[in-house]
Ligand binder design. Structure first.
Ligand SMILES: [Ca+2]
Length: 156
């Protein structure tokens, strides 16, 4: 597959936590990772801070989404800069948990400003380029919210 930088890999996880996220958000996806190049991704989950990884997701476990528009070079630089700036940022458990509570009970989502979760990273990265993927407050989104964005299209 021809992956491009800033393509998004939406992952259908199978761990107990992944199943919980899928259930609470009513979505097949438990995780989202950002493509850096054909072989590398940036991602964070409860086990590790935002980091660069080899893309080792089996194709059958992921769907690939791409921004519909053309990114200008300043936007690509802003998005790459966002990732660079946040490499090493710890995972935002509190935000993930309260996002789940929000969906179940309406209690507001709590955003720890110095921590990020997977979908918050994606939303923040596009926001750095002036692109709002969803009508929700920046970062207060789940993978399920992101795939509903009219600015993204599924390519694989
Ligand atoms: Ca946060």
């Amino acid at each position: 597959m021809n992956l491009k930088r800033f393509d998004l890999l939406f992952v259908r996880g199978s761990s107990p936590l992944a199943r919980l996220i899928q259930g609470v958000t009513n979505s097949p996806y438990s995780h989202v990772a950002i493509v850096l190049d054909e072989y590398h991704i940036a991602e964070t989950d409860w086990r590790f801070p935002l980091q660069w990884n080899h893309n080792s997701y089996p194709p059958k476990q992921i769907d690939v989404y791409r921004y519909r528009g053309e990114l200008e070079s300043w936007q690509e630089e802003a998005m790459t800069g966002f990732i660079r700036k946040h490499i090493g940022t710890p995972y935002d458990f509190w935000q993930t948990n309260t996002n789940g509570l929000y969906l179940l009970t309406g209690v507001p989502i709590q955003d720890a400003p110095d921590r990020i979760n997977c979908s918050e990273t994606v939303d923040g990265m596009f926001a750095a380029a002036g692109i709002n993927l969803t009508p929700d407050a920046i970062g207060k989104v789940s993978p399920a919210d992101l795939v509903k964005s009219s600015k993204l299209q599924k390519i694989a």
